[in-house]
Write a protein that binds this ligand. Structure first.
Ligand SMILES: Cc1cc2nc3c(=O)[nH]c(=O)nc-3n(C[C@H](O)[C@H](O)[C@H](O)COP(=O)(O)O)c2cc1C
Length: 185
């Protein structure tokens, strides 16, 4: 049997009573978590839209599923929801300009104009895919889980494309884009 001593019980109680940290404390912590940059793209038949994102993670290999977290205020959110499909395009270190464009960091470039640069093609059912991305996961949305300001899209992977050469990835760390040398084989 697992018996806790008084000190452990006190620790547990104080943890249970603690409220959430401030947004500032949360962001200070998150600045230390290096993220992989992707562009999430979709096409609802009316228009193409996309956003730069780091909130992407693997869920299960069988079935092949990924999770992406998208703010409901982002223009691409409605396009993803209407189409029920999205692509996840993993960016390499040389693709910082693509990341900036799809993050809305280049003034005057919005909506479909974000696709002007880069070898964008059509994947499954017309979803935009970036041919020169390190990896492209072409997905259908299987579940949408609301989470405060965001929706979590649980996605099933229907095709994997891209260069798949494990070149240097584009990271986001401490509020800046960053690169690491590719690992030695
Ligand atoms: C490095 C980086 C990572 C981001 N990650 C996410 C993310 O995971 N989810 C999200 O909803 N927005 C994320 N954003 C913000 C969106 O890219 C941005 O709000 C979006 O491009 C705005 O698009 P809109 O002007 O078309 O609405 C990130 C931005 C940057 C610079």
């Amino acid at each position: 049997m697992n018996i806790m001593n008084f000190h452990q019980i006190q620790q547990l109680q104080s943890a249970q009573q603690a409220g959430p940290v401030s947004k500032e404390d949360f962001c200070n912590g998150m600045r230390n978590l290096a993220g992989h940059c992707v562009v999430i793209a979709a096409n609802d038949g009316q228009c193409r839209a996309g956003l730069t994102a780091t909130a992407v993670c693997s869920v299960t290999a069988e079935p092949p599923r990924l999770l992406v977290c998208v703010n409901r205020d982002v223009f691409a959110h409605g396009v993803i929801t209407r189409s029920g499909r999205l692509s996840i395009n993993v960016l390499g270190a040389s693709q910082e300009q693509v990341a900036r464009r799809f993050a809305g960091m280049i003034p005057g470039v919005s909506g479909g104009e974000r696709f002007v640069d880069g070898d964008w093609r059509e994947g499954c059912n017309g979803t935009p895919i970036l041919a020169e991305a390190l990896a492209v996961f072409d997905c259908s949305v299987v579940e949408i889980i609301p989470a405060a300001t965001h929706d979590l899209f649980l996605c099933e992977v229907q095709d994997v494309k891209g260069t798949l050469d494990q070149a240097e990835p584009l990271l986001y760390f401490a509020g800046k884009f960053a690169a690491i040398p590719s690992h030695s084989h």
